[in-house]
Design a protein around this ligand. Structure first.
Ligand SMILES: *[C@@H]1O[C@H](CO)[C@@H](O)[C@H](O)[C@H]1NC(C)=O
Ligand SMILES: *[C@@H]1O[C@H](CO)[C@@H](O)[C@H](O)[C@H]1NC(C)=O
Ligand SMILES: *[C@@H]1O[C@H](CO)[C@@H](O)[C@H](O)[C@H]1NC(C)=O
Ligand SMILES: *[C@@H]1O[C@H](CO)[C@@H](O)[C@H](O)[C@H]1NC(C)=O
Ligand SMILES: *[C@@H]1O[C@H](CO)[C@@H](O)[C@H](O)[C@H]1NC(C)=O
Length: 618
């Protein structure tokens, strides 16, 4: 007889071996599921707050250095940090460009809390123009042409292209150059053909006259197509003459050969006239291209055409001003809703957004123009800037994704934010833990997009999209509250931003009187208006926070670590904005460095004082 087992004096029902197996199986399955679903492998957690607390609250002790947020995962494999990419640091900021840039916390990929994960740098297709810097010319004329080239480079750079100035040096490298020299042709036609030789030698792409500028939104279909950098056939644009060509190397070579073999070449004006009509495809749609050739000037801007005829170099400077004004007013027309200077949790944030607000005021000003009421040649029905109804500037507390609204965001470091919002400079760890909220800046900024009951990670992702997506790039600028505005914002916008010229000791643009300064809209969303005393105190707090950011003392490092750990999402946003801006500036400087050795350095900013930072601290 089998033994009767008992538990607490009661008999335990006997189970058949089959049932026991089923029971054990169920328990095992449950165990495995529990293990799998509770492992924190994919949950980004930050460094522990434990090491910062004042030991009254004991948190579980974690190792001091947490190389990866997923360190709690026992199956985690030891991983190497991704390799350091070229030119990927600037000052304190460093970054790693990769396709998975939209993961909420960069350190889970870069394994370094200070290295931000950025989207890959979009490839800028080269756009070439031809300028013969070797011709003997008047100094004034060279200066004026340099100004035009600079305007051309800025405008195309801002639209995501890599403007390159070609010179006879590139044309001479083409084997067909010798053949061209043998022919007896007019000088103008020879130059025109040299352009194509230089272009073919560079491998094709886009060939542009430097009087042709992009004037349209970042998302314009033609500009997007050109940005893709692949041109299936040799094409030109209807009514734009020799303004812009697109094509691949082989097609260009064919066209040049056809032209050089044409016995009638001598009689034609340019290459297009010397080849069979079907060599070039003709694109009729080019709303985003503005061409300021002599024909257009005579027809639409007779004053400027007259100036050029009468005074040469001086007239070209006037033309340059007109082109710049048109670029600026095109931008203003595109953002008809106005400029939003973000100010989340607005109570004490006036000092921190002040530079951004100044910039917005400059952008909203009417550009100085020789023909203020004129429209760009490609947009005859534009809305010229009128001083009496300037662009609207608002300071909303949250980000709005409106396509006609330009956003300037100022991201404060969590310490800066805590100090300003707490309105005190004696912040300590227990104040942070007990009084301050988590991620206040990002929560405020994304409140309208995501509502209130959402954690930091999705907010960070939205923020990153707003900053760094192709769409975000054309609709917003993000800076940090601690650093001065970048000095090269003209390149970001593609035109010379009107600025107070007296500060830089030059008189490019006259200082507008107060009646021409745009007014900040009274708007319930704009938040409280601070008193003079408040502004002063905010400025002092901001200055102290900046100093704190530079401090290396262990005490300050500890406090900074605590603030950053408490505000993981805000910190991530701040680092991201800092790295993104730094990368843009490194990209441009690198390109500038490469380009300045060619074409005799034509089109560069010579001896220009760069003083955005100095602008604002009066
Ligand atoms: C990140 O930067 C801070 C401040 O510069 C520094 O104290 C810290 O050691 C850095 N962390 C790493 C992992 O390099
Ligand atoms: C932190 O600040 C709070 C508020 O000012 C103060 O009451 C507290 O004593 C401070 N704690 C320490 C450790 O200094
Ligand atoms: C904003 O809107 C555009 C188009 O409507 C969209 O492509 C983009 O992802 C949106 N950005 C954010 C941050 O929601
Ligand atoms: C330009 O600078 C002058 C003197 O520095 C100052 O008085 C004026 O307010 C400034 N104008 C603008 C628009 O900032
Ligand atoms: C980029 O990196 C190269 C080599 O590492 C260096 O010489 C150059 O100065 C860097 N450029 C910038 C703009 O940092």
């Amino acid at each position: 007889m089998p033994v009767q087992r008992s538990l607490f004096g009661r008999p335990v029902p006997r189970l058949a071996p089959k049932r026991i197996a089923a029971l054990l199986g169920a328990i095992a399955l449950f165990g495995v599921f529990t293990l799998v679903f509770t492992l924190p492998s994919s949950i980004p957690t930050g460094p522990s707050l434990g090491k910062f607390t004042d030991h009254r609250i004991s948190l579980p002790k974690l190792p001091k250095q947490l190389p990866s947020p997923s360190i709690l995962n026992p199956f985690r494999q030891a991983a190497h940090a991704p390799p350091v990419q070229q030119n990927s640091t600037s000052g304190e900021a460093s970054w790693y460009s990769n396709w998975n840039w939209l993961s909420p916390f960069s350190s889970s990929v870069t394994l370094d809390e200070n290295r931000s994960l950025l989207p890959p740098l979009p490839v800028r297709p080269p756009i070439y123009t031809y300028y013969d810097h070797t011709l003997a010319k008047d100094k004034d004329l060279k200066f004026a042409e340099n100004a035009l080239l600079l305007t051309w480079r800025k405008a195309w750079w801002a639209q995501g292209f890599k403007p390159v100035i070609l010179s006879p040096a590139e044309a001479m490298l083409n084997p067909l150059y010798v053949e061209l020299q043998r022919l007896e042709l007019e000088a103008a036609l020879k130059i025109e053909l040299s352009r194509f030789l230089a272009w073919e030698n560079m491998g094709g792409g886009l060939l542009c006259n430097y009087l042709l500028l992009p004037m349209g939104s970042h998302e314009d279909s033609l500009l997007s197509y050109l940005r893709r950098g692949e041109y299936p056939m040799l094409s030109r644009f209807e009514k734009l003459g020799n303004g812009l060509f697109a094509g691949a190397k082989a097609d260009i070579a064919t066209a040049i050969k056809l032209a050089l073999e044409n016995p009638e070449l001598k009689a034609s004006k340019d290459l297009v006239g010397a080849v069979p009509p079907l060599t070039f495809g003709v694109d009729p749609d080019h709303e985003a291209l503005a061409f300021y050739n002599a024909e257009t000037l005579n027809e639409k801007y007779p004053n400027v055409a007259g100036d050029i005829a009468a005074t040469g170099a001086n007239g070209l400077m006037i033309l340059n001003q007109l082109m710049n004004a048109h670029l600026h007013s095109t931008w203003q027309n595109e953002f008809s809703t106005g400029i939003a200077v973000l100010k989340p949790v607005p109570q004490h944030m006036s000092a921190s957004v002040e530079p951004a607000l100044h910039l917005a005021e400059f952008l909203a000003q009417c550009p100085e123009s020789p023909m203020p009421a004129s429209c760009p040649p490609n947009k005859p029905r534009c809305k010229p800037c009128v001083a009496s109804t300037p662009m609207k500037i608002t300071t909303p507390p949250m980000y709005r994704n409106t396509s006609t609204l330009y956003t300037i965001g100022t991201v404060p470091h969590p310490y800066t934010f805590a100090s300003l919002d707490g309105y005190r400079d004696d912040i300590n760890v227990s104040w942070i833990r007990r009084v301050s909220e988590r991620d206040p800046w990002l929560s405020g900024m994304t409140k309208e997009l995501l509502g209130t009951g959402v954690s930091g990670a999705p907010r960070v992702i939205k923020f990153k999209e707003a900053v760094a997506s192709q769409y975000g790039l054309g609709h917003s600028l993000w800076v940090t509250a601690e650093m001065p505005l970048p000095t090269d914002l003209d390149w970001y916008f593609g035109f010379v931003i009107p600025r107070n010229a007296t500060d830089t000791g030059k008189s490019e643009t006259p200082v507008p009187g107060p009646e021409r300064r745009p007014q900040i809209e009274p708007d319930p969303h704009n938040g409280p208006v601070p008193s003079e005393g408040d502004i002063l105190k905010e400025k002092i707090l901001l200055e102290k926070a900046k100093q704190f950011g530079l401090s290396k003392s262990p005490e300050h490092n500890r406090l900074r670590g605590a603030v950053e750990a408490w505000n993981l999402a805000d910190t991530e946003a701040w680092r991201f904005a800092r790295a993104f801006l730094a990368r843009a500036s490194v990209e441009r400087l690198k390109w500038e460095e490469e380009e300045k050795q060619y074409a005799g350095g034509a089109g560069s900013e010579k001896g220009k004082s760069q003083g955005w930072g100095r602008w604002f601290d009066d």
